[in-house]
Design a protein around this ligand. Sequence first.
Ligand code: ADP
Length: 374
Amino acid sequence: MASVKLTNVKKIYGKDTVAVQDFNLDIADKEFIVFVGPSGCGKSTTLRMIAGLEDISAGTVEIDGVVVNDLQPRDRDIAMVFQNYALYPHLTVFENMAFSLRLKKVPQEKVYEKVTQAAEVLGITEYLTRKPRALSGGQRQRVAIGRAMVRDSKVFLMDEPLSNLDAKLRNQMRAEIILLRQKIDTTFIYVTHDQTEAMTLGDRIVIMKDGFVMQVGTPTEVFDMPDNLFVAEFIGAPKMNTFKTDLICENGKYYVTPYGAKIEITGKKAEMLKEKGISSRSLILGVRPEHFKIAKKDDPSAIPCKITVNEMMGSELHLHVVEDNGDKLIVRIPTISLDDEERNSLVYGATIYVTFEGKVMHFFDEETEKNLLV
Ligand code: ADP
């Protein structure tokens, strides 16, 4: 059992640098929680307060129902993997992994058993006699994880563990962490600035900005129903297109009118607008790049625009376009949906017509930037 609960947790550095504001979260036993947000939003500080590496300015942190605010890090039964791995250069991989067990005077037999078991799980058995400098970034990463694993901690904290790796290795290690999680079966709290890591690893994601929690939810929840414009633009790549437009309610049907086009809102989103009794108004509309499609010129829902960049991603094209008022949009088109002639016509400066699905829009208030349907 290892639940973690944060109640009204706050961190103030010095006199008035508020790094974390009123953080509240209940983390269930064996849950994988990811803190994500841009640099400086307070992710690491929150993690370090849970670890006991930073004092808590206000509020409480509980582990398994026990308030740990005043407990030393070593008494909190947690393991932490840092961004820079913090391996001892003069010790072998085996001794790096065994270090905390030696401090606790664990018998040699037990140390051997635990280290070799963890090395087996992580696929680093053949490196146990090497020094860290003779390992690749990914291997060092595994040693750092192994060192945390041998401690049988209740909670596993990871602070940007993949950020020093190149893109390919990062993808590979991400998959390994998913497998590792199944093997270790403990509570994980993972910090990253990368929304892809957050989406793929987290059971739930905590999205932060300027010390505030902007939303807590499953990857599907934060993607499909972002609470606010910040979350909408932060989750998903390339990011959601957002623009001011009018919502029109006409004979029980809803339309949006971006850039002179008229697009009917359909499905669940139309029902939700009706349920909330939302009437005609101006708002910020959000549409993900993948929900756009190429339209015919005479389609009333078509938005004319010019291509500024065509990024060929392999299975899809990312078209950067600018519409007549100068607003920039990104449109994702699966290459398989285009014939050769269409593909060849999508060049810099070409005029194209785009539209989007009526059932996948997001609506935000211009002032509060909150999702109108939440
Ligand atoms: P993140 O992990 O999201 O990048 P941090 O938690 O490291 O953000 O930092 C949150 C805020 O607290 C930032 O504005 C940062 O400058 C500030 N901060 C972090 N550590 C200290 C410190 N030791 N002293 C003063 N300010 C700090």
